[in-house]
Design a protein around this ligand. Sequence first.
Ligand code: FAD
Ligand code: UDP
Length: 381
Amino acid sequence: MYDFLIVGAGFAGSVLAERLASVGNKKILIIDKRNHIGGNAYDYYNEDGILIHKYGPHIFHTNSADVFNYLSKFTPWRNYQHKVLASVDGQLLPIPINLNTVNKYYGLNLNGLEVEEFLASRAEKVYPVKTSEDVVVSKVGRELYEKFFRGYTRKQWDLDPSELDASVTARVPTRTNKDDRYFTDTFQAMPLHGYTKMFEKMLSHPNIKIMINTDYQEVMNEVNYKKLIFTGPVDEYFNFKYGKLPYRSLRFKFETIESSNFQETGTINYPNDYAFTRITEFKHLTGQKHDKTTLVYEFPEATGDPYYPVPRTENDLLYKKYAALANQLTNTYFVGRLATYRYYNMDQVVAQALTTFKKITQADLSAKLPTDDERILEKRS
Ligand code: FAD
Ligand code: UDP
């Protein structure tokens, strides 16, 4: 008999398995239908011996000291600040849009104050800011929006930015200084020996049994467990009772070339050309030295593994119907990007899992506390 059956060995499932086993002293069975742990953050050495991310580039960044300190128990880190260029009209320009982007694109030599005025003069007045188009045109105007955002977003989501929540393009800020880092979080680093090694350490506990190549459907009636943690797609859990939640997928094309490097930054975005959105060269991220280099091209797809929830009002409303069903279940917890239908980064999933752990622990404690009736009986005896 297991205390918990955990479905999914990505960040959500693995953090909860680790906490419940090592702090809660619970017996855990964690399963994944894939042939590995780590979920979408899984990495491995390819046949040329280059460390690659099977499900696209994963760069760790967070402002949460709690999340960073927690993961630091399982891995040393390599400092890494991700940089991205966008290929626009034959030029490679820094994205997020910053002072250098504007100067280079328009052939100007503005300073920080001047660029603020320049962008303000192009920005469109939009109120309230609701869509992914609104966010960008209200900051940088239509021309830069069309060059840097519209094409990329249409490719990635098969939707116009005007059909997507503001939160999607709001992930990419606009800057009037020269800071050309993709992220500005306090903690930015890559697990020194890779994500999979970190997950192995997290899950290596005598109370945790791992079963890969195992679908929940196959074992749900075979395994004895008290509580369930589900980190797969929430609509699938409820047999699509209210219809399918839309997810966006990707096809990854890997290419190893006989040269020690390929491009000047970790990622180059192609907003307007080609069917892929971006090319990432892993060695920038991992710091690995090798006389060859491996790239990944990301081709957005409508079908395939569910990678991205699609942030739009109607999808959120549909998700809320599933969330209401989920809330009615006792002893079942839904955690992670797919189970809570949130466009979460890795650190947000870790934070959500740590919060769920606290909730479970508190629920456990209050279940153990005597009820009022029991207290009265205790007093009488
Ligand atoms: P997942 O990692 O998806 O894990 C869920 C697991 O559940 C999967 O392994 C799945 O196989 C398993 N599962 C599902 N259904 C079943 C079932 N029925 N039975 C058994 N197992 C099941 N975040 C960042 O912070 N930085 C980045 O740079 C970054 N880049 C990304 C790039 C791409 C292309 C993608 C798609 C995501 C990226 N992310 C990034 C987000 C990151 O991948 C997620 O935040 C994180 O991996 C989510 O963890 P999770 O545990 O919620 O889900
Ligand atoms: N985006 C864009 N142009 C870019 C980079 C991003 O239009 O050069 C938009 C696009 O809609 C994308 C979203 O901003 O899906 C979020 O970008 P991010 O790099 O955070 O995407 P992720 O790494 O999650 O795929």
